[in-house]
Each structure stands twice: as structure tokens, then as C-alpha cells.
Design a protein around this ligand. Structure first.
Ligand SMILES: NC(=O)C1=CN([C@@H]2O[C@H](COP(=O)(O)OP(=O)(O)OC[C@H]3O[C@@H](n4cnc5c(N)ncnc54)[C@H](O)[C@@H]3O)[C@@H](O)[C@H]2O)C=CC1
Ligand SMILES: O=C1[C@@H](O)[C@H](O)[C@@H](O)[C@H](O)[C@H]1O
Length: 336
């Protein structure tokens, strides 16, 4: 069976996901695409040589009788609305991160899904599908470094556009760590503080950059995450786990080592599309397989909610400068 996909949002990642679902992965076909920029969507469909309907309104994609499952790849503030619409239509939906702009919004999705009575939502947290993070988790769960005590992490982008603001460093960027570090440590956050180092001259008035986010987990692990989205030199994701018996570090992406002009060097990637290209393939193949089988198993609406509860606390901490509690309610049995 071929799963017929409708995609809402044909920008950077929308086009990447349309390409991989049409040209790389098995078992799916993109039959409908929408974007408020209809001409852009038409151009993307034509470039890939697809035979897909193009709509201006994402709800037409959700409600098309030709569409079996939906990918939401439009701007962050539109995710909740389209995900709720897909649930109302009883269609599986892969929603890019964040699931919603606030924990309250994510909770509406969780409640709608529970009311529907079956998992329909996978959130686009791709890092748990990344071979490097999976290898790091295995080292931890195999007990090779003893119990984790501290994590030192960094999320660095070379640059961001003018419309990227201080709060987006949390909702749009740190949200990946908020999910993957829960998954890695099998723990939840207890409290958070945000501190602002000296501001880079490469930022603009509405973005304080860099930021350091400090967590304590329920088990007492201390985590620091540097978010630096105008770091200039590359796209760089770091994660080091300090355990009782040793240290484990996220592997660097593979790159050829060069000896040239009296220098030893390895290139650093500059684009998120390349850094996690394999992980995106694996996460979407999993969604296609699971949606076809009628049983989703990837990052859930609850995971989206848990990340957003922590994100809300981070926003509070950005403004207060204080240590703020992260209060995640007990996970409903539906998500066990
Ligand atoms: N998992 C990951 O690593 C990544 C996830 N993302 C997420 O994917 C989403 C899209 O990001 P990008 O592609 O980088 O942004 P983008 O700005 O390149 O593309 C977004 C597209 O959505 C369209 N759009 C906006 N509102 C819409 C609406 N109501 N209905 C239909 N289309 C609408 C825009 O016209 C634009 O073409 C964001 O939510 C972002 O957080 C983005 C990059 C990487
Ligand atoms: O999700 C992503 C972008 O939306 C976000 O803007 C970047 O900061 C992240 O590194 C990237 O993975």
C-alpha cells in the first residue's frame, strides 16, 4: 500500500521532506501540498516533477479525500491548528517541532488525541533517530560510564534571520535539546535557570545571543546547554555526558581529515539539513511505516507537551533571571 501524504508548508524543511518522501523513502507518495505562498508551493512541486494538488489553505489538504496522512511543516505558530484539524479528521499527522507555541497549546493536542482514542500524532523530534545520539544512549544504558551526573551541551547555528527573537531560542531551537535530553537520560526536568553572557556583536536588537540554560533533573543531574545562534563558524551540536566512571561524547559527523598548507583540519557543517539528513530519513520512514500499520510509535504528543512545559519554564526564567520550577504532570496511561 502507498500512503498518500499531504504537506502543509513548502519552505525549507517542507521541500526537504517532500523530496525525501517522494524520492528517497519507501511506501509514500506526496499527493497534495499547501502554502500561503501558493506560487512557491507550485514551483516546489514542479521542481520535483510531482503530480500533486496545490492549495492555498492547509485545511484543504487535511480534508482532501485523497490524503491519508498529513505532514505539518509550516511556521511554528500554525502547528497546533493543523495538528488539531488532522486529529479531527482522524488522520495520522507528522508535526514539525514545536508541537505548539505553549504547553497549554500542546495539552489541547494531547487531550484531542486521547479523546479520539488512538495515537495519531508524531512530533518532528529527529535526534532520537540520529545514529550518534543512539550510540551515545547505548553507552549510557549499558552502564559504561556509570550513572550520569552532568551534561554539557551546545546548540550553535552560524546565523539566524532578523525575525528570530530571544524567546525563539527556546521554542524554535532549544526545543530539540528539551526533547532529546529527556530521552537520553530517561529523566524529567525539575528546574531551570537562564543566564545571558556578554552579547555577540553579530546579533540584533530583539535577540540576546548567546544564552546558557541550566537544568536540574528529578534525579539530580545538572545540565548546561549553550544556545548560540550567531556563532558564525558553523552548525555545531555538542553533547557530553559526565558519568561516575567516565565521559561519553556525541560523535562528530564524519568528515575527511586534511593536511594542507601546514594545517591539520576537518570541515564543520554549516546547515542543519546536512547535519541530521540521515535522522530525518529514518524518522519519516518510521512515520510512513507506522501510519500505514495504523500504530504510531515515534515521539508522541506527550513528548511535545513535556518539551513545551520545560520551554514555558525557560521563557519565565529568561525574564526573571531566577531558578524556575518545571512542573510536568504525570503521563497519562494512554502514552505508556
Ligand atoms: N526538525 C528540524 O530540525 C527542523 C524543523 N523546522 C521546523 O519546520 C517548520 C518550518 O521551518 P522552515 O522550513 O525552516 O521555515 P520556512 O520559513 O522556510 O518555511 C515555512 C513555510 O510555511 C509557510 N506557511 C506559513 N504559514 C502557513 C500556513 N498557515 N499554511 C501553510 N503554509 C504556511 C511559509 O509560507 C513558508 O513557505 C518550523 O516550524 C521549524 O521549527 C525547521 C528546520 C529544521
Ligand atoms: O529546527 C531547526 C531550526 O528550526 C532552528 O531554527 C535551528 O536553530 C535548529 O538548529 C534546527 O534544527
Amino acid at each position: 500500500m502507498t500512503l498518500k501524504l499531504g504537506v502543509i508548508g513548502a519552505g525549507a524543511i517542507g521541500q526537504e521532506h517532500i523530496r525525501r518522501c517522494s524520492k528517497v523513502l519507501q511506501g509514500a507518495e506526496v499527493v497534495a501540498v499547501s502554502d500561503i505562498n501558493v506560487e512557491g508551493a507550485k514551483a516546489a512541486v514542479a521542481r520535483l516533477g510531482l503530480n500533486a494538488e496545490v492549495y492555498a489553505d492547509g485545511h484543504d489538504v487535511v480534508n482532501s479525500s485523497n490524503v491519508d496522512a498529513v505532514l505539518v511543516t509550516s511556521w511554528d505558530p500554525t502547528h497546533e491548528e493543523y495538528t488539531l484539524a488532522a486529529i479531527a479528521a482522524g488522520k495520522p499527522v507528522f508535526c514539525e517541532k514545536p508541537l505548539a507555541m505553549t504547553a497549554e497549546g500542546c495539552r489541547r493536542v494531547v487531550d484531542a488525541e486521547i479523546k479520539f482514542g488512538k495515537r495519531l500524532v508524531q512530533v518532528g523530534f529527529m535526534r532520537p533517530y540520529d545514529a550518534g545520539y543512539r550510540a551515545l544512549k547505548k553507552v549510557i544504558t549499558d552502564g559504561e560510564i556509570g550513572e550520569p551526573l552532568m551534561l554539557h551541551c551546545a546548540h550553535r547555528n552560524p546565523t539566524v534571520p532578523e525575525n528570530y527573537t530571544t524567546d525563539m531560542a527556546i521554542t524554535n531551537t532549544l526545543i530539540h535539546e528539551l526533547d532529546v535530553l529527556r530521552w537520553l537520560t530517561e529523566d524529567d526536568y525539575k528546574s531551570v535557570q537562564v543566564v545571558f553572557p556578554r552579547v555577540t556583536s553579530k546579533t540584533h536588537a530583539k535577540l540576546k545571543d548567546p544564552q546558557i540554560v541550566l537544568f536540574e533533573t528529578r534525579k539530580g543531574i545538572r545540565i548546561d546547554v549553550e544556545i548560540f545562534v550567531n556563532c558564525a563558524y558553523g552548525y555545531d551540536i555538542q553533547c557530553e555526558v559526565v558519568g561516575e566512571e567516565g565521559i561519553a561524547k556525541l560523535p562528530e559527523p564524519s568528515a575527511v581529515q586534511m593536511r594542507k598548507n601546514a594545517q591539520l583540519s576537518t570541515a564543520i557543517l554549516t546547515d542543519w539539513k546536512d547535519r541530521f539528513i540521515d535522522a530525518y530519513d529514518v524518522e519519516l520512514q518510521a512515520f510512513i511505516n507506522d501510519a500505514t500499520a495504523g500504530k504510531l510509535t515515534g515521539p508522541s504528543a506527550w513528548d511535545g507537551y513535556a518539551a513545551s512545559v520545560a520551554a514555558d519554564a525557560c521563557h519565565k526564567a529568561q525574564n526573571s533571571g531566577a531558578i524556575e520550577p518545571v512542573e510536568l504532570p504525570e503521563r497519562p496511561a494512554f502514552y505508556n
